[in-house]
Design a protein around this ligand. Structure first.
Ligand code: GDD
Ligand code: MG
Length: 360
């Protein structure tokens, strides 16, 4: 049996995802709250017990995930009164673990979508008799991440969270936010105060000579920190670019959930999701986007890589590209909204109010 801790909290995730009202980990990706994919993937890899470490009220998660039995796991929640940081959250969640001091404990960040071979990471952790094993990925720009250089035997040499100077950027290998800890290593994290696993625990372990291994696996990996990557993740799940047992339907160009209405003349592609009660009118072209429950895309709208909030209404001929439209917002006809634009929940934009292209 393998146990896991899922980190879902902190300041970042407490914020609404810019405009949509739902707490970020519960915004649907490929038709279900994003966390469902992580839980289902862990279960498929043989994880049987998950402790969700959160500083939200458990009411956010419990009605959907319950005791985890729908996912084939035993799911428990621990709620921090004040955010304890990543290390403090892991330490706090460990009170619910049942394994012995040498048992491996999987820990994963709640804002990552990955195709990592989880069971493989646990296996190589055991084989190396490691204290901590970290999944690493290579990225073009590592500055927003934890840098993890390794030696020829994959032993971790340093851990530099969010490097500040060019000299600190010694590798393009970063912490992918999924670890296996030896249980006793978690128990040694100080209790009852905020601890950053990245800034305090990992550097401390390295200084004390502990065995930290990095596993650079070239696999699907996406950090969902930005709404545009969230939309991308959803599209990739729908198309099957990354596998998740939690996607509620067959893989393909679009996932139309029960109760959605798509007019005959509308075209859906690129892993678009249309939520329950949403309406896509004739002539609409929708690529790689998320249309949440009850939203309407009017006739001849042209929508790419966008997130349309629950009950939002987008008027005819409006163009959206890389846009996030908040829950209940009204975007009038003949608007053009591009790259990075956010329309706040319930906001109203009159017809023909905004455009990016030159006057026609
Ligand atoms: N329960 C709890 N309490 N969870 C927390 C807390 C806390 O106080 N603080 C952060 N978390 C959770 C977040 O919800 C997220 O799932 C995870 O811990 C990581 O925190 P982020 O705030 O998202 O960190 P980051 O994205 O800047 O950096 C982390 O992830 C990168 C990969 O995406 C680090 O682990 C980096 O080293 C890593 O490269
Ligand atoms: Mg993050």
């Amino acid at each position: 049996m393998t146990e896991a801790i899922l980190l879902v909290g902190g300041q970042g995730t407490r914020l609404r995802p810019v405009t949509v009202n739902t707490p970020k980990p519960m915004v649907p990706a490929a038709g279900v709250p994003f966390l469902a994919h992580q839980i289902a993937r862990a279960a498929a890899a043989g994880v049987t017990h998950i402790v969700m470490a959160t500083c939200y009220l458990a009411e956010v998660f419990e009605p959907y995930f319950g005791d985890g039995s729908d996912f084939g796991v035993h799911l428990e929640y621990v709620v921090e009164d004040e955010p304890l940081g990543t290390g403090g959250a892991i330490r706090n969640a460990a009170q619910r673990l049942t394994g012995g001091p040498d048992e491996p404990v999987l820990v994963f960040n709640g804002d990552i979508l990955t195709g990592l071979d989880i069971a493989g990471l646990v296996e190589s952790h055991r084989a190396a008799d490691a204290d901590v094993s970290l999944h690493l990925v290579r990225v073009e720009d590592p500055r927003a991440f934890g840098l993890v250089p390794t030696d020829s035997e994959n032993r971790v040499l340093a851990f530099t969270e969010k490097p500040q100077t060019p000299e600190e950027i010694v590798t393009d290998q970063i912490n992918a936010g999924c670890y296996v800890f030896r249980r006793s290593v978690i128990d040694a994290i100080p209790e009852g105060r905020p601890v950053s696993v990245e800034r305090e625990t990992f550097p401390g372990l390295l200084a004390s000579g502990a065995k930290l291994y990095g596993k650079t696996e070239d696999t699907y990996w996406l950090d969902l920190g930005k709404p545009e990557s969230f939309v991308q993740a959803s599209a990739d799940l729908v198309r099957g670019v990354v596998a998740s047992p939690a996607v509620p339907g067959p893989r393909g160009e679009a996932l139309v959930l029960p109760g959605a209405e798509v007019a005959d003349g509308a075209k859906l592609s690129g892993g678009t999701v249309v939520g329950a009660g949403a309406r896509i009118e004739s002539g609409a072209v929708v690529r790689g986007s998320i249309v949440l429950d009850g939203a309407t895309l009017g006739a001849d709208t042209d929508v790419t890589a966008s997130l349309i909030g629950a009950r939002a209404v987008v008027g005819p001929r409006t163009v959206l590209d890389g846009a996030v439209i908040g829950d209940g917002a009204l975007v009038g006809a003949d608007n053009e909204l591009r790259t990075g634009v956010r329309v706040w929940c319930e906001a109203e934009l009159p017809p023909a109010a905004l455009r990016f292209s030159s006057d026609r």
